[in-house]
Ligand binder design. Structure first.
Ligand code: NAD
Length: 303
């Protein structure tokens, strides 16, 4: 079992920490929101007063933070990890951030003989709670082998994507695709429904035809058509529009930096931005709520 420092106890970080504690690891946890640390204390973890305190004496340090600038400041900023000894420690950043920040952090730690992996996740809050996350990992294979036992307590799939930053790239590309697929699925269902076609029948057709995709099959955006998905729960839970906007923004920035074209990603980002800004609260609905943008009177839809 390892001694682990964990920073960032939000929707994702807290259930990840609880799974590490359940598996028998010793965890020192920190979040700027001190109330988030109560649950860690209640489950036998230790709450500390800073990110540096969490890293002190820990073999492995995991971060699960909101964005690139917070990650950069926690690692490289004044009073960040590099201001104290990092030699021999393994740092794992599970946040979704831009790949260039991951590469910068990795190089800075390696120069001081610390090891780093970027390991963003998919699977959402439910995956974090169930310990079934998918980790997309960037960094050396030797470094990844040290991290495996820890990943296995929090996830069921660990994919080595390549060099530092590759985990973030994989995550960004996947979510670019997810955003496009969700908007496309909602668009097709709305067109059919507006012309009198049953969304249920159309979904069946698409699942068995060339329009089939993960969204229509497993995350159907039409309300009350599929049990157990956010669309059957007033679009509560799932993956928030706000997070999709962040990830599509990262994809667009990455495209800009690499002179790549992402016209569909840009269109999807605009659609989610419009949807998110139209009605207060939309940003905190699941991404399948984009269906409402295509079918404004969907709440009265009688099929
Ligand atoms: P969140 O906002 O719920 O949690 C972030 C936590 O970080 C908060 O508790 C916040 O107080 C803490 N924090 C902020 N600055 C800090 C600092 N300087 N030091 C210590 N703690 C600090 O976000 P989340 O939903 O848990 O997501 C975390 C990361 O995982 C994000 O990068 C997100 O894009 C990614 N992600 C989220 C989901 C999801 O479904 N929520 C899915 C996949 C990936």
């Amino acid at each position: 079992m390892s001694s682990i420092g964990f920073i960032g106890l939000g929707n994702m970080g807290l259930p990840m920490v609880l799974n590490l504690i359940k598996a028998g690891h010793t965890v020192k946890a920190f979040d700027v929101n001190t109330s988030a640390m109560d649950a860690v204390l209640a489950k036998g973890g230790q709450a500390v007063f800073s990110a540096l305190d969490a890293a002190e004496g820990s073999e492995i340090v995991i971060t699960m933070l909101p964005n690139s600038s917070v990650v950069e400041s926690v690692y490289l900023g004044e009073g960040g990890f590099i201001s104290r000894g990092v030699k021999g420690k393994l740092f794992i950043d599970c946040s979704t951030i831009d790949p260039s920040t991951s590469r910068k952090v990795s190089a800075a730690l390696e120069a001081l003989e610390g090891a780093f992996l970027d390991a963003p996740v998919s699977g959402g809050i439910m995956g974090a709670q169930a310990g079934t996350l998918c980790f997309m990992v960037g960094g050396g294979e030797d470094v990844l082998s040290r991290a495996y036992p820890v990943f296995e307590c929090m996830g069921k799939k660990i994919i080595h994507a390549g060099e530092p930053g590759a985990g973030q790239l994989a995550k960004i590309c996947n979510n670019l695709m997810a955003g496009i697929l969700m908007a496309g699925t909602a668009e097709a269902l709305a067109l059919g429904a507006k012309n009198g076609l049953s969304p249920k029948v159309l979904s069946e057709v698409m699942v068995g035809s060339s329009g089939g995709n993960f969204m229509v099959e497993k995350w159907n955006p039409w309300p009350n058509l599929m049990p157990g998905v956010p669309a059957s729960n007033n679009y509560q839970g799932g993956f928030h529009v706000k997070l999709m906007l962040k990830d599509l923004g990262l994809a667009i920035d990455c495209a800009q930096d690499s002179n790549a074209a992402v016209p569909l990603g840009a269109a999807a980002r605009n659609l989610f931005a419009l949807h998110g800004s139209l009605v207060e609260g939309n940003e905190f609905l699941d991404i399948s709520s984009i269906q409402k943008l295509y079918f404004a009177n969907i709440d009265n839809y009688k099929g």
